[in-house]
Write a protein that binds this ligand. Structure first.
Ligand code: SF4
Length: 464
């Protein structure tokens, strides 16, 4: 398995000259309000024209497996790193500065996780630092042909070899023989992702002390809104073993999608041709589809599932707080709920225009083939921050719908009611919004993460 350093860059074709690229990069920095790291001002030029001053001696790792690279003597110890302090210090740092810091701290024990979408920006930043860097990727065996072509284009563009990691053949065989090739459409993507992504990633990360990801807060309001620029990885282990032995850098956490795209365009780097076909967040072929204008990018992933589940497990630390709420997760004494769901918390969606349905009430509603009125019902849990966030808009919606022939209701579906709601009412995560049409017993689940009045009204108007 090959390991590469960014010790050279290709010229010619449509790739701008190093001078032009450096100047374009300067403009992008300026337009985004970034500060270039000290000494990196002209680093692109530096890399391409002369040997970078910070380039460590090139080593040949081509015969060393990904998981077996030893800690080099030049790598700083970081066991006692104060990450909160570091986050504060780097609060206003550009992604380039953050990548530079990460590569400096971890040397060849850190690698960029490349998924074939905008992560190419991370490679560009790494190249701009002038430091050696490693890139790894997971080949799940289910990627689009365009993604494989893109991988190859990136390798050629940067003169690197991506370190691919593959799923265990016996595990894939077991899954496919037992459940077929598309089991994820029937029983959720977690099992397949665990075999094809999470376990291979776990294995790869065991050979590192840190990794760099392309996660951004704006990618998923449900699961990524709080990601810091650097953290002790809450889920995976590094080469030291045990949780806490791996550091996760998210240099693009504070960027918005359009800023990443401005950067990619300015630097004229290869991009996945699927983006031109309307794909935004790109994963495996059967689980990714293009999104419509105005739809959130994560709506193109696992679209048949709930918003909460839209993590493949690679960043599962992002969803721990909403899966099993602990007292400490909620962080608001007045809104505490015990794990059995018997809550001392103030209830949500209190309005005279809203009907609070009991278990019997919603069971009856679900049984009727012919209702006098259609119903919109939210399945909620008072401790859920996403339910809290939509409270105002849902109450406003109920006000607007009063007297229009659409009843608005709520059903508290946590605690003892959760299993019932999961089995009978399509509850996957909180909140789940169901529309019960007038002449059908089958409720229709609201598929989007957008819970503002306008989006919910559009949904209703399309179905009425
Ligand atoms: Fe399997 Fe889909 Fe997950 Fe890829 S994204 S590993 S195909 S469930």
């Amino acid at each position: 398995m090959a390991l590469s350093f960014s010790s050279s860059c290709r010229a010619g074709g449509s790739i701008p000259s190093p001078e032009l690229k450096a100047s374009l990069f300067g403009s992008v920095c300026q337009s985004l309000g970034w500060i270039c790291p000290k000494g990196v001002g002209n680093s692109y030029q530096r890399q391409c024209i002369m040997k970078p001053v910070c380039m460590k001696p090139k080593k040949n790792y081509s015969s060393v497996t990904f998981a077996a690279i030893a800690v080099g003597p030049e790598v700083d110890a970081t066991e006692n790193e104060d990450f909160e302090k570091l986050i504060k210090e780097m609060e206003n740092s550009s992604p380039l500065e953050i990548v530079d810091e990460a590569l400096e701290k971890f040397g060849h024990d850190i690698a960029i996780a490349f998924s074939g979408a905008e992560d190419v920006a991370l490679i560009e930043y790494a190249k701009l630092t002038g430091r050696p860097f490693r890139v790894f990727s997971l080949d799940t065996g289910r990627l689009n042909p365009e993604t494989y072509e893109f991988f190859s284009a990136v390798e050629k563009h940067y003169g690197i070899h991506i370190e691919y990691t593959f799923p265990d053949a016996v595990e894939v065989q077991g899954l496919v023989r037992n459940k077929g090739l598309f089991s994820f459409y029937e029983d959720g993507h977690q099992e397949c992702c665990r075999v094809r992504k999470v376990r291979p990633l776990r294995k790869a990360l065991k050979g590192l002390r840190a990794w760099i990801t392309g996660q951004r807060k704006d990618q998923s309001p449900g699961t990524r809104a709080d990601i810091p620029i650097v953290q002790v990885d809450p889920s995976f282990e590094g080469m030291g073993g045990g949780i806490g032995s791996l550091v996760k850098w998210n240099p693009m956490a504070n960027l918005e999608g359009h800023e990443v795209w401005s950067f990619l365009q300015a630097m004229n780097v290869p991009v996945n041709s699927l983006h031109a076909q309307g794909y935004v967040s790109i994963g495996c072929e059967p689980c990714t589809r293009p999104v419509l204008p105005g739809q959130h990018e994560r709506e193109g992933r696992w679209w048949w599932e709930d918003a909460k589940a839209k993590e493949c497990g690679l960043h599962k630390g992002n969803i721990k707080q909403i899966e099993v709420p602990e007292l400490s997760d909620i962080g608001n004494e007045s809104k505490v709920v015990q794990r059995n769901g018997n809550s001392a918390q103030t209830d949500l969606f209190n309005s005279q225009n809203l009907v609070a349905l009991s278990r019997t009430g919603i069971e009856n509603l679900a049984r009727l083939d012919n209702r006098r009125e259609s119903w919109l019902v939210v399945l909620y849990a008072p401790w859920c921050r996403f339910c809290q966030a939509m409270e105002e808009s849902y109450i406003e919606l109920a006000e607007k719908l009063a007297g229009t022939g659409v009843k608005v209701g709520k059903f508290r579906a946590d605690g003892d009611q959760k299993a019932f709601a999961q089995q009978e009412l399509q509850l996957g995560s909180f909140p789940t919004i169901l529309f019960f049409p007038k002449h059908s017993s089958k409720p229709i689940k609201y598929p989007s993460e957008k819970r503002d009045v306008g989006s919910l009204m559009t949904f209703l108007q399309a179905l009425r």
